[in-house]
Design a protein around this ligand. Sequence first.
Ligand SMILES: Nc1ncnc2c1ncn2[C@@H]1O[C@H](COP(=O)(O)OP(=O)(O)OP(=O)(O)O)[C@@H](O)[C@H]1O
Ligand SMILES: [Mg+2]
Length: 494
Amino acid sequence: MSFVEIRGASKAYAGQLAIDKVDFDVDLGEVHSLVGENGAGKSTLCKALAGAVVLSGGTITIDGKLMKFETPKDALDAGVVMVYQETSLVPTMTVAQNIQLGKEKALNRLRGLYIWGQQLLSSLNFHVDPTALVSSLGAAQKQMVEIARAVFHEAKVIIFDEPTATLTPEEKQHFFDLVANLKARGTAIIFISHALEEALETSDRITVLRDGKNVITAPAKEFTRAKLVQSMVGRAVTAVERKPRKPVGEKRKVLVVENLSQGTMVKNMSFSVYAGEVTGMSGLVGSGRTETAKVIAGATKRNLMHGGMVYLDGRAVRYRVPRQAVDDGIVYVTEDRKLNGFYETMSVGENIYLSWLASKDGRGLFVSKGQQRKIADKWKDRLSIRSVSKDPRINELSGGNQQKVVIAKSLVQKPKVVIFDEPTRGVDVGSIQEIHEFIRSLAEEDIAVIVISSYLPEVLAISDRILVTRAGRVVEEFTLENATEEKIMYAAVH
Ligand SMILES: Nc1ncnc2c1ncn2[C@@H]1O[C@H](COP(=O)(O)OP(=O)(O)OP(=O)(O)O)[C@@H](O)[C@H]1O
Ligand SMILES: [Mg+2]
């Protein structure tokens, strides 16, 4: 008998099953991975174990005892902690306060709390200031705080929902060391990831969910990447076939960035972007790619002195707010879903429609409900946005499907330049192909596309040209023909 046993777990939303009679178990000292397409039910199953979702059917047994979790606190008391896909920390509290939340230590003085917090964080090799406000942290650091929190609560079962999506390669290494450490201490670990290599490498067992059902549970060594993908999508997935490129000579420069400087992150950044091309931007996290994109899109201001120039179709532009950039046809699709201005409690259709209204096409027009649905359906279809209910609200979508809505929202505005920042983060293998094809199709419509990605196979799969950034500047440019993963990595770190 395993430490955690879930039997026949079902959860219905509005009569539709998000998970359907799932059996799943995990033992102490075991890493059990959960993989599956966006919307397959991974988060739902884990939320049930963590007390955040109440099952419509089935049972959860821990250490032989039948559990009835109604709140996350109940699960916490039973030793189950979930590190969420969308962070659950309290932004207005400090790191140390967040860590001990729900189980306040007898440390009544803040100073004591911070010394203790510092010790815990350093013992985990996390470079996070315990006195910092959580709202001031980056995604990776928030992740670390969540992990520290789980360790502090002496969790017997820790669930990681896509923990590595926002981490740098170095941070990932720390994370996997930590997982090995927890495993050695006898913690039961559930690991959700779209990075199949990670699941194959770290797990003892892997379970594949498809359409809310357990398709297979088997030891990790019995899987290959191909077999995993096959079980996830029910068919083999093949790579995008690249169409031959347009002959050079007819390239049109759309966007020119000259000596751009912003804060301490961007220093004399210069490059050009062409219509009908995908320009990949590769580089380490912190090399200034996101900040550059934000300046171009009017979300951040460049330095007042010696800030450099941005030209759109030969005209110098400087935007104070994103709205102005959008009006000029520049769209930035960010890596941070929460920043993308969803109306969380409105439906997907309404969200896409509102963006369309804000576009030049839609401005000032009255559109019937029927037409509204048509616009939304077209985009839901084009990006295969999937959900159990017919017209779901954003907060009813799985993480990966929310990412697709972000993309749809930006593209209804018929842009000239689209900047994607980590477009496939948290997106399953099948959908990654779809999004890649989609990005290529934008270039074919003569849009100038920039793709910022830390995932080299992605950059190589979709770019016509690859820029490598380091310490705030473009340090190297490759054509697709002469780019290799090794050359790009070398340029990024030397
Ligand atoms: N609160 C909710 N209300 C209605 N439907 C929901 C709700 N939460 C999840 N769903 C639906 O349940 C299904 C499973 O979602 P879940 O979040 O478990 O998927 P997932 O496997 O974690 O996907 P991803 O990899 O994209 O994170 C999806 O179809 C989703 O739309
Ligand atoms: Mg999920």
